[in-house]
Design a binder for this molecule. Structure first.
Ligand code: ZN
Length: 168
């Protein structure tokens, strides 16, 4: 189960991955994006009204965002898809390639692209953004950030914990 976003929302994909949500960025034609979503049973997130309409017609669960501001998008997705807005140290993904990160002491290593991450100077600003998103997710302004074509929630976000324990 993952989230699919179009190329316009690549910045959101990085945040979702950090929060442990498997997120695929597809810079392709509408038809290919829809086909991928159907095949993989994904939730499509887009700012493109046309794409959203096509998804609705095909029965693909989709969200149409009316904002691209990170805090507002995260608040919206958290509210509707029950995504936790706390940084999960043991279940975080590579912002670049989406692979589950392996925790090694105070660092995280991506086994797919080899990139390493650690708590850096930008961490406080990440926490501030998440805090702001949490506050927004409880406010009535949530209505303005987008719409969903179907009530939907991500249920199996923790199914990556198995991958963590097996070091391949
Ligand atoms: Zn990676």
């Amino acid at each position: 189960m993952d989230i699919v976003v179009d190329a316009m929302l690549a910045h959101i994909a990085r945040w979702l991955r950090m929060l442990g949500v498997s997120t695929i960025v597809l810079d392709r034609e509408d038809e290919e994006i829809l086909e991928y979503s159907v095949t993989h049973n994904s939730i499509l997130i887009t700012m493109d009204k046309g794409l959203f309409k096509k998804a609705t017609k095909l029965g693909v669960p989709a969200a149409l965002l009316k904002t691209h501001i990170v805090e507002e998008v995260l608040a919206f997705l958290s509210y509707h898809l029950k995504i936790s807005l706390s940084f999960p140290p043991d279940n975080t993904r590579c912002p670049i390639c989406n692979a589950v990160l392996e925790k090694m002491g105070s660092r995280w290593r991506c086994q797919k692209c080899g990139k390493e991450y650690w708590i850096g100077s930008h961490y406080p600003s990440i926490l501030r953004k998440l805090e702001r998103a949490r506050a927004l997710s409880k406010s009535s302004s949530i209505q303005r950030y987008g719409i969903l074509n179907t009530p939907y929630s991500l249920t199996s976000l923790d199914d990556t914990s198995a991958a963590h324990s097996s070091h391949r």
